[in-house]
Design a protein around this ligand. Structure first.
Ligand SMILES: [Zn+2]
Length: 350
């Protein structure tokens, strides 16, 4: 009898050890995190967290779905591409209006005629052809009060926002850790980016360093499950309406695409704060990120377009040509996509 009790106690003790060892307090996770991580959390849309990462695989300059388009874009005329579009070829994304009440309150309609663009600006810019072909093949949702369910999330042009939801099981298959400094040392999923974005993020960081600025990576790839934990934690703390104004619902976070990285500075105590936008580093990013294929995804004056408040720290990779066009014409991703969608519809007589 005593022997059994002793054996039982020994077993219990062994079990205790395992649980503690394998459930560390993850930075920024919904179970609280340490003091340092909490100071980072300035905008719930970008609270960071940790999970195991996915598999790694190399990819070429533009990803699998866009390779064919980019390789022969030199011989293809955008006008021809538009003329050849047949409305029956286009399948709108499946949509749902479930749980959308209040979620789109911040958004106001985009009028393509008010964006200062002309069809020639799109059709005569060869660098935009892969994007045009992508938007012909994927008809994202642009209607408020509905959510479109993205099926193919593997393009560098993928749109995840309050109107378009990524597949819950989507994990990019080419996540790698860019060779850049982060404000933390642990090997966490949030150090990862898609291979193409990682390559160009290294170039951007090197150029910033050359200019005298020491940027730090804060939060890259974030799984659907991680975003779900963050969102639910915020709803529990702030309530649904307040959370929906600042936090991405699971499936709607651009971090799940592996194409976005939040950056911070030591002088900001590693926080994600609007002040970055007024600092030399933030101004440098605003004026130069496009040269490496990145945009400041959530600009200060465009909350009613993007649905998120100003985030000078959130960099989205979208390829140099599209990033430069967005920068040059002072657009958001949503405005450019809505404009191109209107061009496509004009051409298909929809
Ligand atoms: Zn972000």
């Amino acid at each position: 009898m005593k022997k059994n009790i002793f054996l039982f106690l020994l077993l219990g003790y062994a079990f205790l050890l395992t649980a503690c060892e394998f459930t560390p307090i993850e930075p920024g996770s919904s179970n609280g995190g340490t003091q340092l991580e909490n100071t980072v959390r300035e905008n719930t849309n970008d609270t960071d967290s940790a999970e195991t990462n996915s598999t790694d695989m190399d990819s070429t300059e533009t990803n699998s779905t866009d390779v064919d388009a980019s390789t022969d874009t030199n011989n293809v005329d955008a006008e021809d591409v538009l003329d050849q579009v047949d409305s029956s070829d286009r399948e709108p994304l499946p949509t749902s209006s479930d749980n959308t009440s209040g979620y789109h309150d911040l958004l106001s309609p985009i009028d393509p005629a008010q964006l200062g663009l002309t069809p020639e600006m799109i059709t005569e810019n060869q660098g935009l052809l892969p994007l045009l072909e992508h938007l012909i093949s994927v008809q994202y949702n642009y209607s408020y009060g509905e959510i479109g369910y993205v099926e193919e999330a593997d393009s560098i042009y993928v749109l995840s926002n309050k109107l378009n939801h990524l597949p819950a099981d989507y994990v990019p298959n080419d996540l790698v850790e860019p060779n850049i400094p982060f404000y933390f040392s642990e090997a966490l999923e949030k150090k990862k980016l898609r291979s193409e974005a990682a390559t160009h993020m290294e170039e951007l960081f090197a150029a910033a360093n050359e200019a005298g600025y020491n940027l730090l990576g804060a939060s890259g790839y974030r799984s659907y499950a991680t975003q779900k934990g963050i969102y639910e934690n915020n709803v529990a703390n702030r309530g649904l309406a307040a959370t929906d104004k600042v936090s991405a619902r699971p499936g709607h976070s651009e971090h799940q695409t592996g194409l976005a990285l939040d950056v911070t500075l030591e002088s900001l105590s590693y926080r994600l704060v609007d002040a970055l936008g007024e600092m030399d580093e933030g101004l440098w990013l605003k004026e130069n990120a496009h040269q490496y294929g990145f945009i400041i995804r959530y600009p200060k004056e465009d909350t009613s377009i993007t649905g998120y408040s100003y985030e000078p720290w959130h960099l989205r990779y979208i390829g140099q040509d599209v990033a430069t066009f967005i920068y040059t014409h002072d657009l958001t991703v949503e405005e450019l996509y809505v404009y191109i969608e209107s061009l496509i519809e004009e051409n298909t007589g929809l």
